[in-house]
Ligand binder design. Structure first.
Ligand SMILES: CC(C)(COP(=O)(O)OP(=O)(O)OC[C@H]1O[C@@H](n2cnc3c(N)ncnc32)[C@H](O)[C@@H]1OP(=O)(O)O)[C@@H](O)C(=O)NCCC(=O)NCCS
Length: 174
């Protein structure tokens, strides 16, 4: 039986993350040390870091990654969405097995646990299968803001119900 583990990304995961992100044709940033530094910041400072992510691993290899920018708030449709989900990618050999869906659900639970109220992302029209990506996110309860679409991308948002609405300074977006 294959064992999968799902966890927050650490600096040791930087090479595996970059290997997966390189499978996105439009992805530019192949700098492993920059990812390692950002993830070290996350290990040290948690949500005060610039970015982080979550991974599914099997046999020590990263097979799905979802990366997040903690401090990129954006106003969309009249409200602030504090967190930006940047990249989701599953290794080509492991697609269509539910890993992407599982990691998105995991990330949303993690954000709820950290009192995050909402999250946004961009689906890029230049990417292969972008209309499939729209359906993928809509299937996970995300809203496409088609009226705000640009030539390059469609914005999508998801409201999150915080798990601990009254908690303190570790919350996102305060
Ligand atoms: C999008 C992606 C992460 C989904 O990962 P996954 O582990 O295969 O996800 P799941 O198995 O949970 O769901 C698969 C479904 O995703 C949907 N999907 C979403 N975006 C897709 C895309 N760009 N290409 C193909 N399928 C996509 C399909 O409907 C697919 O359904 P199918 O298996 O019936 O064909 C994966 O296809 C991928 O890495 N694509 C390349 C990177 C990319 O385009 N990322 C941007 C997403 S906004």
């Amino acid at each position: 039986m294959v064992n999968y583990s799902t966890h927050a990304a650490t600096s040791a995961d930087a090479p595996g993350i970059v290997r997966l992100l390189a499978q996105i044709p439009t992805w530019q940033e192949s700098n492993v040390s920059r990812w390692r530094e950002d993830l070290e910041q996350y290990e040290q400072y948690g949500l005060r870091a610039r970015r982080g992510g979550w991974l599914i691993e099997s046999g020590g290899a990263a097979i799905t990654v979802l990366t997040v920018e903690w401090k990129s708030p954006r106003t969309i449709a009249g409200r602030i969405w504090p967190v930006y989900l940047e990249y989701l990618v599953t290794d080509e050999k492991h697609r269509s097995s539910g890993h992407g869906s599982r990691l998105v659900r995991y990330a949303v639970q993690e954000l709820a646990r950290r009192d995050c109220r909402g999250v946004y992302l961009k689906v890029f029209k230049g990417d292969d299968g972008w209309s499939g990506a729209l359906r993928f996110w809509e299937g996970h309860g995300w809203t496409a803001h088609s009226r705000l679409a640009t030539d390059t991308h469609v914005l999508m948002t998801k409201e999150i119900v915080p798990a601990h609405p009254a908690s303190g300074s570790s919350a996102i977006g305060r």
